[in-house]
Design a protein around this ligand. Sequence first.
Ligand SMILES: [Zn+2]
Length: 254
Amino acid sequence: MAQGRLASLINRILGRTPTPEYVKPRPDYACGRIVIVPRYVGNFLPFMLAERPTLPIHATVLHNREPLADGDEWWDGVMTVDYYRRRDIEIHGSSDIHGNAVCGPDGLAYNGRPLNWPYDSYGGSHIAKEWGHVPADAQQHVPPDLRQLAYPDREWLNKHAVSVAAVGRFDEEPAHPLPLSLDVAFRVLAGVHTHFGLPADRLFLHYQAAYKPRNRYCPGRGITVEWARDELASRLAPAKLQIAQTAETAAVTC
Ligand SMILES: [Zn+2]
């Protein structure tokens, strides 16, 4: 603390911009201290992946953020993301915004909780459904692949999964081309899966873990896990192809 105040005083004397809070999170993190900045995906991914995660990353979760009204007049960039943050704090009692990224209808990615968050929770992906060790209605149970990874830790996804939210209502199967926010979300997910070496089937949908009433079927009734994993896999394929080509080139050189 004292060191932080001294650095801040030196910065003020020298007229330097202080180090943003999200670069070096402190254990006494107060509510809503993350500095949210909009970035293009190409800039967002290196920013997010630069920090060493608090715990190993084994999965990702896709969420949506509900639009505040019909049409797009309501979207106001970082102000809107900050509204989502205040809702997470005031309604859910969280310490800051849920999740690690919010992908806007403007095609930009907004940072959420950094991967080196001092707490072992990225927020927003609590496993609330029954573990379902006996066959029953699949909608009411955690799917077997997620259960195998997480059981019996209901906070497993909050500790080991990167959460990415797309702004929009996805109650119909998304058309091609995808809504911009969803396209950005899949580009972020593809970057995360590539960086941590995760196959597409490590992507989960929030409603697989949580009970969601009809109007909060996060990330949307139109998104199935099969569709989402196919969409993600199609974006991972070029990277694999590139690796294969590099290996072949290397083999020829040898
Ligand atoms: Zn969600």
